[in-house]
Design a protein around this ligand. Structure first.
Ligand SMILES: [Zn+2]
Length: 261
């Protein structure tokens, strides 16, 4: 069994054939999904999908690149969404993104929004799904000072093994996706080899970051199989055992029960 801990089933590209795509994924052993929002609209859509599929959960929050959408009411809107629905398992994807952002004022604003959403996670007793791009040191600093009591997952982790160890020390899991299968992703492979199995979870981040041999195409829910397979080869751990351990890790970090039908 495989738990996709970060997927955007709320993307436009899946609108017409979501049911079929999830069945195809099921054939590959993928039986649980965490559908992640990145602003209020996509968070509401994630919740709608979760309410329609028994094996889909939802994560709600505002991604740092959408900082312009943040206003005084955002926290209340997220809170209201949470209290009206039963399948929200985390706050995310939240964090810091400095990739195209050099303005120190915007960086400060991102930090403020990140901290407010960590505090929201604590208030609702939820873990967080972290988006960090070119910002891992600042993310780490914040997580050390504003502790998230349920910790969470470093989605699409792009740091070094030393950085991964720091996050693990704080109780976070490291998520591996399509990037792990890319030929040139030396650092990501190094991280995978360095850390213990109990700290690993998997994700697609679909429709983005399709693994080899689908790189550059629209990523699909079933392709997580290729990521787990690559990890199994690199880590020299039997596919089934790796699936089982990482599935358990995912259930634990998001406080959900296994799904069987
Ligand atoms: Zn994402």
């Amino acid at each position: 069994m495989i738990f996709d801990t970060h997927i955007h089933l709320n993307s436009e590209v899946y609108k017409d054939n979501l049911n079929e795509l999830l069945l195809k994924a099921k054939d590959k052993g993928v039986n649980l999904f965490n559908c992640v929002g990145y602003d209020l609209e996509s968070s509401i859509e994630a919740v709608n999908i979760a309410n329609n599929f028994p094996n889909v959960y939802a994560t709600i929050g505002l991604i740092p690149t959408e900082h312009k959408k943040w206003n005084d009411n955002t926290i209340n809107e997220l809170k209201e969404l949470y209290f009206k629905n039963k399948k929200i398992i985390a706050i995310g994807e939240i964090g810091l993104d400095y990739y195209r952002e050099k303005d120190p004022i915007i960086k400060e604003k991102q930090k403020e929004i990140f901290i407010k959403q960590i505090e929201l996670a604590n208030e609702l007793n939820l873990p967080i799904s972290i988006h960090a791009r070119d910002s891992l040191n600042d993310v780490l600093e914040i997580l050390k000072t504003v502790k998230c009591k349920n910790t969470g997952v470093l989605h699409c982790f792009s740091g070094s093994k030393e950085q991964a160890r720091e996050f693990i020390k704080l109780g976070y899991k490291i998520a591996f996706g399509g990037v792990l299968t890319f030929k040139n992703s030396v650092k990501t492979k190094e991280v995978l080899l360095d850390i213990d199995l109990e700290n690993i979870v998997f994700e697609t981040d679909a429709p983005y970051l399709a693994p080899t041999p689908y790189r550059g195409k629209i990523n699909l829910p079933e392709y997580i199989f290729n990521v787990v397979q690559e990890a199994s080869l690199l880590k020299k751990v039997d596919f089934k055992e790796l699936s089982k351990i990482t599935y358990e890790n995912s259930l634990k970090i998001f406080h959900v029960k296994s799904y069987e039908d």
